[in-house]
Design a protein around this ligand. Structure first.
Ligand SMILES: NC(=O)c1ccc[n+]([C@@H]2O[C@H](COP(=O)([O-])OP(=O)(O)OC[C@H]3O[C@@H](n4cnc5c(N)ncnc54)[C@H](OP(=O)(O)O)[C@@H]3O)[C@@H](O)[C@H]2O)c1
Length: 325
């Protein structure tokens, strides 16, 4: 089968198409014929072994991902497709089922076939969206749900989503609105219409206005793009408010200390703690018309280098899809 492979860490050019053996599903796995996959920020981070974060991060990343080169050389962590075969112990899925999901740190999704544990992050595809649309939605949603759940949103909670136009940001706006929050989206004016259509009640253009200086306070500040800090946001949080980052090891320390001291807390989202249920929830939301995929660009598989270069600009709006078949 054809797959996007990289044998060493580095820039997008390390990615290439290779002919590799088709995976054999184990007893507890399903083999998926991939229709579409995604190129996302996780792929970017692991392809360069977190080099842009400095030597310390890079060393830890290599211990996890493979010291000399990637332990899992097939790129990609999100997929949509059809079940081609199911292992003997799988009862949840059968051949022909249309599915979507995330392989996480096992990667392998930028390929014609991928084997996935049936009990892991895989669910039936929503019936009202295409394979292309389904390929890019899982990771952003699981990241957003993992973060927002920690702040226990209620009807009327004010949630400022910083970086509302990204993958996690577009998911965060929709999910917070669904949970009854009053959403303030921070993005560029070119994306105001999108953010409003996803459920933002107020909009702030970060190139014109610094929300930390507008004198207002919010119940929750969700940094969906890793550009803020707790110290910068603290005065914009109400007493008892939550700062929710998606990035940065320092936030792990802050999460531990603010739990014990002060009246404003940091909660570091490390992804959903109930990912399988959350994917089923996402399916229901989409089928109910209460959530929609946001796809920026779709590239054919043989243009994966161009797709990865675009993701590296950090300017994608929503998600970038890789069409496999
Ligand atoms: N460590 C990991 O493995 C991992 C994995 C996944 C995600 N993450 C983290 O999660 C965060 C979000 O990921 P993502 O995939 O959702 O990002 P993304 O989709 O790549 O975010 C791109 C969006 O961010 C907006 N943006 C860029 N700079 C901004 C700024 N200064 N203020 C406001 N918006 C800005 C861009 O809009 P404009 O073009 O208008 O600026 C663009 O629409 C990142 O911090 C990422 O590192 C980490």
């Amino acid at each position: 089968m054809k797959a996007v492979v990289y044998r060493r860490y580095g820039p997008p050019d390390v990615l290439h198409i290779e002919e590799v053996p088709k995976p054999e599903p184990a007893d507890d796995e399903v083999l998926i014929k991939v229709h579409a996959s995604a190129v996302n920020r996780l792929d970017m981070h692991v392809r360069e072994a977190e080099a842009s974060y400095g030597l310390g991060y890079q060393l830890v990343a290599r211990l996890v991902l493979g010291v000399r080169g990637p332990r899992h050389p097939i790129a990609g962590s999100e997929f949509s497709g059809q079940v081609a075969a199911a292992g003997a112990a799988v009862h949840e899925f059968k051949p022909g089922d249309e599915v979507f999901g995330v392989t996480g740190l096992r990667f392998g999704a930028n390929a014609e076939y991928v084997a996935v544990r049936a009990r892991s992050r895989i669910a039936l595809k929503p019936g009202n969206i295409t394979f292309d649309e389904a390929a890019g939605i899982a990771d952003g949603f699981l990241s957003a749900s993992g973060c927002l759940r920690q702040a226990h949103l209620e009807r009327g909670t004010t949630v400022l989503v910083y970086g509302a136009s990204g993958s996690i940001g577009t998911a965060g706006v929709q999910l917070a609105r669904h949970l009854g929050a009053h959403v303030i989206a921070v993005c560029q004016a070119k994306d105001f219409e999108l953010a409003r259509s996803l459920g933002a009640a107020e909009l702030i253009d970060y190139t014109i206005e610094d929300f930390t200086k507008n004198g207002r306070q919010y119940d929750v500040i969700f940094d969906a793009v890793g550009k803020l800090s707790f110290s910068r946001s603290r005065n914009s949080l109400k007493s008892g408010g939550w700062y929710l980052p998606t990035d940065g090891a320092r936030n792990l320390v802050l999460a531990a200390t603010t739990r014990r001291f002060g009246d404003k807390r940091v909660a570091m989202g490390m992804g959903s703690t109930t990912p399988k249920q959350d994917l089923q929830w996402l399916k229901q939301l989409i089928e109910a018309g209460d959530y929609r995929p946001v796809i920026d660009r779709i590239y054919p598989m043989d243009q994966v280098v161009e797709a990865a270069r675009y993701v590296e600009t950090r300017q994608k709006v929503g998600n970038v899809v890789l069409k496999v078949s």
